[in-house]
Write a protein that binds this ligand. Structure first.
Ligand SMILES: CC(C)(COP(=O)(O)OP(=O)(O)OC[C@H]1O[C@@H](n2cnc3c(N)ncnc32)[C@H](O)[C@@H]1OP(=O)(O)O)[C@@H](O)C(=O)NCCC(=O)NCCS
Length: 268
């Protein structure tokens, strides 16, 4: 991996899976351990995640602290995008499906699609999330891509599970900045909010599985507010199925003139 033009904390190191395949397993545990269990049961993830470890190794980055411990990770994969808002994938799942489809058909790619950023819970609030967003931007530039697109999972949405994502996407604080902290960071680093995506990820399971994933009982059919779910989960006891659509927000980081507007590595 070429050197990415990103300022790191002293002693920290940014490495890719290509450079350090020995980290793949630990990074997987690091990522998996922070999500609520139900988020680990998206069928698209289960179908395609291996591509990140088999094919797109340069796009999976791990931030190591001075002692070699994992402080943060990011995952992304390339896809073809026509550059229009209407041409964005429907949601996160659709983005990943497009990546897999473009790979299978040999379609030339021109865009980096963000999939995930995770910061060690003990180190949150220290600026590492911004480092990992910048690393994705810089990696996209190294590929010669014009944009980084992200179907962002808004980190505060679970506290407002009944708010429509199309409206939540444009909520602002009194200072005019985006209400959601994670969307706000993307915008601070140059992204533009495009729209809400109400069915960005789809998670299905039998009722007993949902009960196991959430530690809740679902005695009746209907919609349930579930801890850390950003929208209600619909349980249908007759069909023995629960369905959850994770609502996300599309943001676009245009990178062609970003060197002037948001120098990679600068502190926002
Ligand atoms: C999302 C994540 C990467 C952000 O990392 P972070 O270190 O907290 O990020 P920052 O310190 O830059 O904080 C970004 C903003 O969130 C705010 N914030 C941080 N932790 C917060 C919390 N627990 N609750 C509310 N706001 C929080 C910060 O104050 C900052 O807001 P500001 O604009 O007022 O400064 C991290 O929380 C994480 O790993 N979450 C779990 C995985 C995840 O949800 N990833 C994103 C979707 S893939």
């Amino acid at each position: 991996m070429p050197d990415l033009d990103v300022v790191l904390p002293p002693g920290f190191q940014l490495v890719s899976y290509a450079e350090r395949p020995d980290l793949i397993r630990d990074a997987g545990h690091f990522n998996g351990s922070i999500w609520p269990e139900f988020m680990l049961h998206d069928a698209v993830v289960q179908r395609h995640w291996h591509l990140l470890e088999d094919t797109f190794l340069d796009d999976q980055l791990v931030l190591l602290d001075a002692d070699g411990r994992i402080a943060a990770t990011n995952n992304s994969a390339p896809l073809a995008w026509d550059g229009t808002d209407a041409g964005l994938p429907d949601g996160w799942d659709d983005q990943f499906e497009r990546t897999a489809g473009d790979l299978a058909t040999g379609t030339p790619v021109n865009t980096l699609g963000a999939l995930q950023i995770v910061v060690d819970p003990a180190r949150r609030g220290t600026g590492l999330a911004g480092v990992m967003v910048r690393a994705m931007q810089a990696n996209a530039v190294v590929h010669g891509f014009g944009a980084l697109i992200a179907c962002v999972r808004p980190t505060a949405k679970h506290r407002y599970p009944l708010a429509p994502i199309e409206r939540y996407a444009f909520w602002t604080n009194e200072d005019g900045q985006p209400f959601d902290p994670w969307v706000r960071l993307h915008v601070r680093l140059g992204a533009r909010i495009v729209r809400g995506s109400s069915r960005a990820m789809t998670i299905r399971g039998r009722v007993a599985e949902w009960e196991g994933w959430t530690g809740m009982a679902f005695p009746d059919s209907g919609d349930y507010v579930v801890p850390f779910a950003a929208a209600p989960v619909h349980l249908d006891r007759d069909a023995d199925e629960g369905v959850y659509y994770d609502p996300n927000i599309w943001v676009v980081h245009e990178l062609r003139d970003s060197a002037q507007r948001h120098p990679l590595g600068s502190v926002p």
